[in-house]
Design a protein around this ligand. Structure first.
Ligand code: FES
Ligand code: FES
Length: 150
């Protein structure tokens, strides 16, 4: 079937099974490989993208359901310059292996777009992403640093 999705401001008409997870349309059809596959069951957050400004797990949404949404991926965050989250991630050396980090950054960006003064509890609630390297303390510190820099 034909499905049109809007990703990073551009519309793409795809010939694709509508049940295909949005993640695979983003990675395989559009070649945007910054969004990662981790678990495939909406548990880890490696596949986090924005849909109409909200962080969603693209492994668990069909591409047909995503038609009509304004989808943003990690590739769109730094088209002009690093956003405050990315800068804070660099300043505090947040990543270890890095695999989970694009999902972390997308979740964190959605959080600070919603709240410019998130508490530790707000961060813990919003950041349910899993990091096998255990970067959680640096993630929390970087979110606070990013908010201070805005
Ligand atoms: S790959 Fe989507 S939540 Fe883990
Ligand atoms: S930095 Fe390695 S999984 Fe998070």
């Amino acid at each position: 079937m034909s499905v049109t999705i809007k990703v990073n401001g551009a519309e793409h008409r795809l010939e694709i099974d509508g049940d295909t997870p949005l993640l695979w349309a983003i990675r395989d059809n559009l070649g945007l490989t910054g969004t990662k596959f981790g678990c495939g069951i909406a548990a880890c957050g490696a596949c986090t993208v924005h849909a109409d400004g909200e962080a969603i797990r693209s492994c668990s949404v069909s591409v047909a359901d995503a038609a009509g949404w304004d989808i943003r991926t990690i590739e769109t965050l730094s088209e002009e310059s690093l956003n405050p989250i990315q800068q804070a991630w660099l300043d505090l050396d947040v990543p270890q292996c890095g695999y989970c980090q694009s999902g972390m950054i997308m979740a964190a960006t959605a959080l600070i777009n919603e709240s410019r003064s998130p508490s530790d509890a707000d961060i813990d609630e919003a950041m349910s992403n899993i990091c096998r390297c255990g970067t959680y303390n640096r993630v929390r510190a970087a979110i606070h640093a990013a908010v201070r820099s805005i």
